[in-house]
Design a protein around this ligand. Structure first.
Ligand SMILES: [Zn+2]
Length: 363
């Protein structure tokens, strides 16, 4: 039987300057007892506004600041608090670690979950999966959930106040969405959630790319000056919603496999989204994109400060490129969603050629 097509997204998405002041008004239907799982900076950026949103005295709010990762131990600790304090809803306040810990905690305890991202750097807030680590920091597994988070709330001022590098990285992660989706639907590959790809998912991916092109550089200028403009709001929506929901409902392809291959080098520090941006250029090379399309996307990367050479990702040697190519092509990698099969040799060639075009300058 053919795969059933399906569409998934958060039940509610709220975004804007000062959104947190409406936290209770928007989310209060979930209950009276709240556990906020906060990163250190997330707590500082959001605590006061969230508190201001609560008018009634009879609700219970507990804030847990944690500096860790979404490890089994952290999740077990939060689960215990949910049960002991009889929590109705778990709220993530922070970046990827807080988001993944809160999602897993809510899932294991059957509670509502709200995501408040404090950076717009990845697809994590809107997707229906988490990355789980062992307590020693090593990768454990992807945990797939039956649904996406109940709600996502983004305060645009919080994103404007965060370092601009996160916004740029988020644009890199978002850049892959359309091209990876386009490759996946060509081969009728399943979505990230394992269902058939919908036209709706593809439309979001396309709008994501268009929004990046239309507003990317203006949004960066706003974020550098910590002000919220319509352009910044457009890019926040692209990075958090369009890219997250888009990727969930289409799939990844070579761009994300390039990132996964790069993590095999160990000790690298380039942000996820910056690797995905370069990986998108590599994918275009693999697909035999015309020079118009390749230079068009490469030019956009330059415009917003995303990498176009390997050196910008800290990759310096031929040996490293071989390791990336081998690891990006292992079984189960999304690079195999591309039409035809990609071998490590072919990927190696595409990485080398893409890097050379990065050094050549604009054509
Ligand atoms: Zn990503």
């Amino acid at each position: 039987m053919k795969l059933l097509r399906a569409m998934r997204e958060p039940l509610k998405y709220v975004q804007g300057k000062g959104a947190l002041l409406k936290f209770e008004e928007e989310m209060g239907y979930m209950g009276k007892r709240w556990l906020f799982v906060c990163s250190n900076s997330g707590y500082k950026a959001c605590h006061d506004q969230i508190e201001k949103s609560f008018s009634d005295a009879d609700s219970y709010r507990r804030y847990e600041v944690f500096g860790g990762i979404s490890s089994k131990g952290e999740i077990a600790k939060m689960q215990k608090i949910v049960e002991e304090d009889n929590i109705d809803a778990v709220v993530a306040v922070g970046g990827g670690s807080a988001v993944d810990t809160a999602k897993a905690t809510a899932y294991y305890t059957g509670r509502h979950v709200v995501i408040i991202p404090t950076v717009a750097a990845t697809d994590a807030p809107c997707t229906g999966l988490s990355v789980i680590y062992n307590d020693d920091g090593s990768f454990d597994k992807y945990l797939f959930y039956p649904t996406n988070p109940d709600a996502v709330m983004v305060d645009s001022q919080v994103i404007a106040d965060a370092p601009v590098k996160f916004l740029v990285a988020g644009m890199g992660d978002a850049l892959g969405t359309y091209f990876e989706g386009r490759a996946s639907i060509r081969t009728e590959s399943p979505s990230l959630e394992g269902t058939g790809i919908t036209r709706a998912g593809m439309a979001l991916a396309k709008l994501c790319y268009q929004t990046l092109r239309d507003y990317g550089s203006q949004a960066i200028a706003a974020c550098e000056n910590h002000v919220v403009t319509p352009a910044l709001d457009a890019i926040i929506e692209a990075n958090v919603y369009l890219s997250g929901v888009g990727a969930d409902n289409v799939n990844c392809a070579a761009a994300h496999s390039f990132y996964n291959g790069l993590t095999a080098l160990g000790g690298h520090s380039a942000p996820h989204g910056c690797c995905v941006a370069f990986g998108t250029l590599v994918q275009l090379t693999l697909e035999g994109a015309t020079k118009e399309e390749f230079y068009d996307v490469q030019g956009f990367c330059r415009e917003v400060g995303l990498p176009t050479t390997l050196a910008e990702l800290g990759v310096m040697t031929d040996e490293q490129i071989r390791v990336i190519a081998e690891n990006a092509c292992v079984e189960g990698e999304t690079i195999h969603n591309l039409a035809g099969d990609v071998t490590p040799d072919e990927l190696y060639a595409a990485i080398v050629a893409t890097n050379a075009l990065g050094w050549k300058g604009e054509k």
